[in-house]
Design a protein around this ligand. Structure first.
Ligand code: FUB
Length: 370
């Protein structure tokens, strides 16, 4: 991940002093998203709102929302952004998150509950720093929280923690998932009950350091950028206990309309970070962030491990450098959860949002302007 303000959309000035003490609160807070978030700002060229949706919560900063429906209710597993004063750099050191808060809502547009701290870095035995984008899954009475964090050698690994409640608290396994690396785990359980983890992220997410299968700390952060195939996300099936990889880690291949793998230099289409999988009418929709071109894109395939054929843009750039999303069906409609920086206008202090995801009759996704 890299953060060039010159690449960001025009800055908005929005004063939103947050109660930072509340960020550390472990108590349950109720927030009426519609009532407490700032009003959308009018565009200077007309009366059109500047933002499509409002932040779901405004008393803490949240990002990277992974949404799931458990027991008829929506649960959101986001990153918890905080201000630590770490200087901004190309490795994303300023994303120095330390814990997770889980959010829930009974309905879209209804009250959002912040369930307080569900997992803290200090309770992960192998963790060093930077608790980035998580995901969750449920199987046989247990909720699983998957999280990327740098280990004590400053290498991103993916861990798993369990709870009997969707909101935690979660207890971390003593070691990271064997063979895991990089960031942004997204766990998808297919209709046959098999579960898969998609993961990986370029640049600050360290995926390029694993090109040979072994860790190379000296790999160039922004290469390859030429005619060679793009670096793909990774996918691995999970063991029945959901705590390990059941088989080899494979690369997710995205093909262009001619059936050729996307090239590394094709940064408006290729995978960068933030993978997500959902199934619609028997097809597998692999969606992701294009990173330095700030798009959410998708590709479709007939198998959970791919290959997938690039189909289009789900969402145009948001305010802020990073784009990260999840897609979930709730009461017959599809929704996309995403983030931007409406509350802070700082790339590392984000806020999660939701809007409806619409499709054309052929299953293609209608592009959203956020
Ligand atoms: O939140 C930290 C990182 O920023 C995530 O892991 C990426 O997907 C990007 O959103």
């Amino acid at each position: 991940m890299l953060h060039h303000f010159s690449l960001c959309r025009p800055a908005l000035v929005l004063a939103a002093p947050l109660l930072l003490a509340a960020c550390q609160s472990q108590s349950t807070q109720q927030t009426d998203a519609a009532a407490t978030t700032p009003e959308a700002k009018a565009d200077s060229t007309g009366g059109k709102p500047k933002f499509l949706s409002k932040p779901l919560v405004s008393d803490i900063y949240t990002a990277d929302p992974s949404a799931h429906v458990f027991n008829g209710k929506i649960y959101i597993y986001p990153s918890h952004d905080i201000e630590t004063g770490m200087p901004e750099n190309d490795k994303g050191d300023h994303f120095a998150m330390r814990d997770y808060h889980i959010l829930s809502m009974d309905s879209i547009g209804g009250k959002v509950t912040d369930h307080g701290v569900a997992l803290d870095t200090k309770d992960i035995p192998w963790a060093g720093r930077q608790l980035w984008a998580p995901d969750a899954a449920f199987k046989s009475g247990t909720y699983y929280l998957y999280f990327p964090v740098k280990d004590k050698q400053d290498v991103f690994r993916i861990g798993v923690a369990t709870s009997s409640s969707p909101t935690g608290p979660f207890k971390a396994e003593p070691k990271p998932i064997e063979g895991s690396f990089s960031i942004d785990p997204a766990v998808f359980t297919d209709t046959d009950g098999k579960a898969y983890m998609y993961f990986g992220g370029l640049w600050g997410g360290q995926l390029q350091r694993w090109a040979t299968g072994k860790y190379n700390a000296n790999a160039a952060e922004k290469k390859p950028d030429g005619d060679e195939p793009a670096i793909g996300a990774r996918v691995a099936q999970l063991t029945p206990d959901m705590k390990q990889f059941a088989g080899p880690v494979k690369e997710v291949v995205i093909l262009d309309s001619l059936g050729k793998p996307l090239k590394a230099k094709d940064n408006t289409h290729r995978f960068f970070e933030g993978a997500w999988m959902h199934k619609y009418q028997g097809k597998y929709y692999f969606s992701y962030s294009t990173g330095d071109t700030h798009l959410l894109a998708y590709a479709v395939g007939t198998s959970p491990a791919g290959p997938f054929t690039y189909k289009g843009v789900i969402m145009k750039p948001v305010q802020g450098w990073t784009t990260h999303h999840s897609i979930v069906e709730f009461k017959g409609k599809w929704y996309i959860f995403y983030h931007d920086t409406e509350l802070s206008n700082k790339t590392w202090l984000r806020n999660v949002k939701v809007t409806e995801l619409k499709r054309n009759p052929d299953g293609s996704i209608v592009t959203i302007t956020p």
